[in-house]
Structures are given as structure tokens and as C-alpha cells.
Design a binder for this molecule. Structure first.
Ligand code: SF4
Length: 392
């Protein structure tokens, strides 16, 4: 039993991968047990509040079923056979593997790959000390957000935003497409302050009736995909004249439809060895032309060259398991087709036979889902039948 006479409060930071990164006051019952956790009252963002799951952290930390020592797999992968080992032995094994890899192939053969996992600066970036001292490999920023980060910086030019605490001084608060009541509880504290002290109006724009939407004064429950019209009605363009949404849209599309698929094709080794650079350059440059060409779409919404659906092509090539040389030839051929003026249907917008196109597109979408669900062993018949729509 913990000795309750020695309870003290210690200060910490929430270890979750959550942008609030709450400052915590942790009740320390003795040198091995914690009690209640509260948000740090002296911190003006946390203001004494944390989400429920973290306030009851002790239940998880001290749960009888919690793994409390390292386990080493002793059977085949997936067999569930493990044997306990001491922390010293586990750390020795890891260190030995690192050392062996570095001795055999050089220090850069070890890559401490991480995103955040935890947002507190000390815990999150502590691994950089190991990397730095051992001269291991690193990635720029993180593997998860580097792309969107680059897109955001290219479109907006700076990372900026109001301090969330300023919500407490607002008369009108609009939460658009977000659910802080479930995901960022402290934001709700500052919204509640504004409503209590200033009678602020609270509007939520969301297609779902989220817990945040339930407590709003007004919930604008839009049909998915219609918030662009609302943004125009609300004159978002006039309110943020420095922000070109269309350009950001293009950047995100280019990354999604061209850059990431090209990366995937190389990474999945779907290209002939030594051709990776040429094929990806063909994809990226032809798509750059396609995205920038002012005549890329006709007035009646046909694409005028292959419309850079490289994500779909990459999926098909991954599923079809064709020889890399054939993949490379197909990709180079499609890159050329970006410049050849043939009409390609824009499924949701081309008016000619629109009903039929949308019906076929839906059937094709279902087949794609089936293809994804059965990867990597996709039925050849399904692949061939599903190609009917994109080639029709
Ligand atoms: S809201 Fe909860 S999960 Fe997020 S940082 Fe605060 S305590 Fe952690």
C-alpha cells in the first residue's frame, strides 16, 4: 500500500501525442505510485484541466495486466511466444545490434526513425541526442508531416495562428471541422470562459453531431463537400486575402497525385533498378506541366491529357505484380500521354452521360476497395474487370 503521508505533487508534461501538451500536476503517492493527475493550475493554457483519460492515468500505469518488463520473442512471428528478460539484457541486445550494424555498414546504417509519439520537447527530441552522439542517420523533420509542412509553407509562407487562449476574449467562436471536446479539451476551457464571461456565441461547422457540436449555440451540419460554398458565403477569401486556397489545393493535389505515388513506386521497388530517377522525373515533370497548363481542362470538363492519376496507377502496378521493366515502360508511356491531347472524363463534372459515368465510377470505386482489401494477393480477374471503367 502506498504511504499516503508522503504524498507530494510533482510537475510533468503529458506523454501523449496530443497538440495540447498539457503541463501536469502529478500526485506522487510514494516512489513507485502515482495518484490523481490534474492540469497545472499555474499554466494559463492548461488552467488546471486535463482530459479524462489522462486524469485517470494511475489506473493504467498501475494496472495488474500492464506489461512491466521487456519480453523477447522466442517463437515464430505471430506465434505469441515470448520470454521475459531483464531491462539490462534488453538494452544490451538493442545496443549490440546497433553497434554491430554500425561496425558492418557504418554509423548511418542506423536510423532512429520517429515522429513524435509524445509532444513534450524533452521526451520527443531526446532521441536526437543519441543520434547526434552516434552520428546515426536522420530525416528532415518527421516522415509524417514533412510533405504537408512543405505544402503549407509553399502556400502560406509561415506557420502562424492565434494563441488559443485568446478565445477566452472572443465574442464569436467558430470551430470548423474539428472536435476539441474529444481531442483538445483545453480549447473547450477557453471557449467556456468566453461564453461565461462575455456571452460569446459558439458555432460549430461539422457534418457530424460531435460532442463539440452538441454543446454549441449553433451547429451548422453541412453535407460533406459543401463547406466550400459556406466559406464563400462567409467571405473567407476577403477575411484572409493573404491566403490563396486554390494554390494550396493544387499543391496538396500535386503531392497526393504525383509526388507521393512516385515515392511509393521507388520505395516499393516497382521500377527497374537504375530507372527510379528517370521514371520519377518523368512522372513529376509531366505532372507539373499538367497541373500548370491553362488548357488542362476543356470548358465541358474533359481533361486534355492523362490527368496525373498516378496514385491509381501505383495501386494497380502494386497489385498486378508486373515485371519492373514493364511497370517502367507503362509509367513512361503515361507520362508522354500527359502531353497528348486526348479527352479524359472528369467523373464528377463532365456533363455528357454524367449519370452513367457516376454509376460506373461508383462500381469502379467498390472494386478498388476490394482490391485494396485483398492486397497483396489480388484476383487477376478483378483487376482486369476493374480496368474497364478507367479505359472506357
Ligand atoms: S488533452 Fe489530454 S492527451 Fe492531450 S495533452 Fe492534455 S492531458 Fe494529454
Amino acid at each position: 500500500m502506498p504511504d499516503i503521508t508522503s504524498r507530494t505533487i510533482v510537475h510533468s508534461t503529458c506523454p501523449h501525442d496530443c497538440p495540447s501538451t498539457c503541463a501536469l500536476e502529478v500526485e506522487k503517492l510514494d516512489s513507485h505510485h502515482i495518484g490523481r493527475i490534474r492540469g497545472a493550475s499555474a499554466n494559463s493554457y492548461t488552467s488546471g484541466v486535463v482530459c479524462e483519460k489522462v486524469s485517470r492515468y494511475a489506473e493504467r500505469v498501475h494496472h495488474a495486466d500492464r506489461l512491466s518488463q521487456p519480453l523477447k520473442r522466442t517463437g515464430a512471428k505471430g506465434s505469441g511466444e515470448f520470454a521475459p528478460l531483464s531491462w539490462e539484457s534488453a538494452l544490451d541486445e538493442v545496443a549490440e545490434q546497433f553497434t554491430r550494424a554500425a561496425q558492418r555498414l557504418g554509423a548511418t546504417s542506423v536510423w532512429p526513425l520517429y515522429y513524435a509519439g509524445t509532444m513534450g520537447l524533452v521526451q520527443r527530441d531526446g532521441i536526437e541526442r543519441l543520434r547526434h552522439v552516434m552520428r546515426y542517420s536522420r530525416q528532415h523533420s518527421t516522415i509524417c508531416t514533412a510533405l504537408v509542412d512543405a505544402g503549407w509553407m509553399a502556400g502560406v509562407g509561415a506557420k502562424m495562428g492565434p494563441d488559443p487562449r485568446e478565445m477566452g476574449d472572443a465574442d464569436l467562436i467558430i470551430v470548423w471541422g474539428s472536435n476539441p471536446a474529444s481531442t483538445q479539451v483545453n480549447v473547450m476551457t477557453h471557449i467556456a470562459k468566453a461564453r461565461r464571461e462575455r456571452n460569446a456565441q459558439f458555432i460549430v461547422v461539422d457534418p457530424y453531431r460531435t460532442p463539440t457540436a452538441k454543446v454549441a449555440d449553433t451547429h451548422l451540419m453541412l453535407k460533406p463537400g459543401t463547406d466550400g460554398a459556406l466559406a464563400r458565403l462567409a467571405r473567407v477569401k476577403e477575411a484572409t486575402p493573404f491566403f490563396d486556397g486554390a494554390r494550396l489545393d493544387d499543391i496538396v493535389d500535386y503531392l497526393t497525385y504525383a509526388f507521393v505515388p512516385a515515392l511509393l513506386l521507388v520505395h516499393a521497388q516497382l521500377l527497374t533498378p537504375g530507372w527510379g530517377g528517370i521514371v520519377s522525373a518523368a512522372i513529376l515533370l509531366s505532372s507539373a506541366y499538367g497541373f500548370a497548363a491553362t488548357d488542362a481542362k476543356t470548358d465541358d470538363y474533359f481533361f486534355t491529357g492523362f490527368p496525373s492519376y498516378w496514385n491509381v496507377v501505383a495501386l494497380y502496378l502494386f497489385a498486378a505484380k508486373l515485371p519492373p521493366v514493364l511497370n517502367s515502360v507503362i509509367l513512361l508511356g503515361l507520362s508522354v500521354l500527359v502531353f497528348v491531347r486526348i479527352g479524359y472524363v472528369y467523373p464528377s463534372r463532365t456533363p455528357i452521360l454524367r449519370g452513367l459515368t457516376i454509376a460506373l465510377c461508383l462500381a469502379w470505386g467498390l472494386m478498388l476497395l476490394q482490391i485494396i482489401a485483398t492486397l497483396p494477393d489480388v484476383s487477376a480477374r478483378l483487376l482486369i474487370v476493374s480496368l474497364f471503367f478507367p479505359n472506357a
